[in-house]
Design a protein around this ligand. Structure first.
Ligand SMILES: Cc1cc2nc3c(=O)[nH]c(=O)nc-3n(C[C@H](O)[C@H](O)[C@H](O)COP(=O)(O)OP(=O)(O)OC[C@H]3O[C@@H](n4cnc5c(N)ncnc54)[C@H](O)[C@@H]3O)c2cc1C
Length: 480
């Protein structure tokens, strides 16, 4: 008989969180700490969503999305998780760019960028200050309507090299383009430019393990291999969720699944107003990614001067559409040294490239495998420019594509950063459509990435706490 992954689950919870991405985990933790009965379900056999890792025989552990996040993660983890988690966040100090326009190393913070822009790129110091201040001053609620491209043109007209330096890492990170609203760029760029790029010491497996311990300590009922099939709605209010064929009652759902999946598959079109559906249909999915994971043989070390994060490109000019092309010219290499997982003797390299789902989705199996092999081969060649003699020292190599991300996270089209920025308004409008229905997860570039997802989880948990308190008869808040 098939194993019952919901064995001993209650028939009713105050909140059901669908999905264990960083937003789902954080919202579940906050609500459990506030005294609510929380069920968190995850269809995969592992928690974390995109914040995940995998093991291969020989003791290799690969991180999928642990490449870098802003310093704000320390504060968020201290406040909403634990001091131990916050204390394990450390800076990556050796960020490199290498492309036909320039090669440089940076600590990726405002001081260093100011120095590079003035001394190496010859930009007037007052222009650099004005640019940073304008980016820092951007506020989501007074969106002036300019695009990222127009914003750059104001400060650096005709300077494609400067625009490349300022934009390429953000595009690599989340697929944003020069046509996106300037505010989305300004907020994300300023978050990073505050004090540089950070990582989690011990790897994603340790982070998610610590989060899991905390969730259990706070009383969250955690269930893996549990897939939400339907969110039930009666009289415009949430009443329950069908999970692995079993219906469980609840007044509140936080969906951490992709926003469009939540609206169109889990709830269904007939439950929403026409205008809301029109807006939801207009929401664009973000692009997906390909990655190549390379493990060196135990004890084979890469010299740390190679860098922590390397934005490499062979394209003569910076064009956002080129970053998505299957004809790959741009790769972000993350180098993991033994200090990533202290006590080990392992070095790993993960190469990430933005990709379009359509380029991979319908390839016949044989051709798909052939394309993956070609991706691996080209990536090893590209990496050997920075790590000489890499190939004979490799112990394990494999690749993932948009199909892989779709399979493991259920994100439509394998979107690596959820939806484009217009998803945020739709995500926030869900509870106005259906009482008790919330979404917390990657929408737009501000509310995605590790920091954005954690913070969005907190915001939505506050909303849900308010809703539950309003709709709970006095004296009946669960304490168990
Ligand atoms: C290749 C790559 C590199 C990245 N690099 C970085 C980086 O360097 N820095 C950074 O800050 N961010 C990075 N990110 C982005 C970051 O990892 C994500 O934005 C963030 O982790 C998303 O969190 P989330 O809460 O939105 O949920 P997700 O991680 O999207 O998780 C959603 C969860 O819901 C589950 N789910 C979906 N449907 C169901 C269902 N019906 N029933 C049950 N469970 C369901 C999924 O299995 C998944 O676990 C990267 C992403 C990718 C793909």
């Amino acid at each position: 008989m098939a194993k019952d992954f919901l064995k001993d689950a209650r028939d009713e919870y105050d909140v059901i969180v669908i999905g264990s991405g960083l937003a789902g985990l954080t919202s579940a933790n906050s609500l459990a700490k506030a005294g609510h009965r929380v069920l968190l379900i995850e269809h995969h056999y592992q928690l974390g969503g995109m914040a995940t890792w995998f093991r291969r025989s020989g003791g290799h552990i690969f991180d999928i999305s642990l490449h870098g996040f802003p310093i704000g993660m320390i504060k968020s983890c201290k406040r909403y998780w634990t001091k131990e988690i916050a204390d394990s966040i450390v800076q990556l100090k050796n960020i490199r760019f290498d492309n036909p326009m320039f090669s440089l190393r940076t600590t990726f913070d405002r001081n260093d960028f100011t120095q590079q822009l003035t001394e190496s790129f010859g930009i007037a110091p007052e222009t650099v200050v004005a640019f940073f201040d304008a980016a820092r001053g951007m506020n989501f609620y007074d969106n002036e309507g300019a695009t990222v491209g127009e914003f750059f043109a104001r400060f650096f007209p005709g300077r494609e090299d400067v625009i490349r330096l300022l934009m390429e890492p953000i595009t690599y990170a989340n697929g944003s383009t020069l046509e996106d609203p300037a505010v989305t760029y300004g907020i994300v760029f300023s978050n990073f430019m505050s004090k540089g790029v950070y990582t989690f010491e011990g790897g994603t497996d340790r982070l998610i393990g610590l989060m899991k311990d905390e969730l259990i300590a706070n009383g969250v009922d955690l269930r893996i291999r549990c897939e939400a099939q339907e969110i039930h709605v009666e009289n415009r209010k949430v009443t329950g969720v069908t999970i692995n064929g079993r219906r469980i009652k609840t007044r509140c759902v936080i969906s951490n699944a992709n926003l469009k999946q939540t609206v169109f598959r889990l709830v269904g079109e007939d439950k929403f107003s026409g205008q809301f559906l029109d807006d939801a249909r207009e929401v664009r999915l973000n692009n997906s990614s390909c990655q190549v994971y390379m493990a060196l043989q135990p004890g084979e070390l890469i010299d740390e001067s190679v860098g922590d994060l390397l934005f490499s490109s062979t394209a003569p000019l910076f064009r956002t559409d080129l970053l998505l092309s299957r004809d790959i010219t741009s790769r972000t290499f993350s180098f993991y040294y033994p200090r990533t997982r202290p006590g080990t003797d392992r070095c790993m390299v993960v190469s990430s490239t933005n990709a379009r789902y359509e380029d991979w989705a319908n390839l016949p199996e044989e051709e798909y495998q052939r394309q993956k092999e070609a991706l691996i081969e080209d990536t090893i060649v590209a990496c050997e420019r920075y790590v000489p003699n890499l190939r004979p020292r490799l112990a394990h190599v494999e690749a993932s594509t948009p199909r892989t991300f779709e399979h493991y996270t259920r994100h439509l089209s394998g979107a690596s950063f959820g939806t484009k920025f217009e998803g945020l308004a739709v995500s926030r409008a869900l509870p106005e459509q259906i009482g008790g229905l919330y979404h917390a997860g990657s929408v737009g570039i501000i509310m995605s990435g590790w920091l954005g997802a954690v913070n969005y989880g907190v915001i939505v948990a506050n909303d849900v706490d308010g809703y539950l308190l309003k709709s709970t008869p006095a004296g009946s808040i669960a304490t168990a």
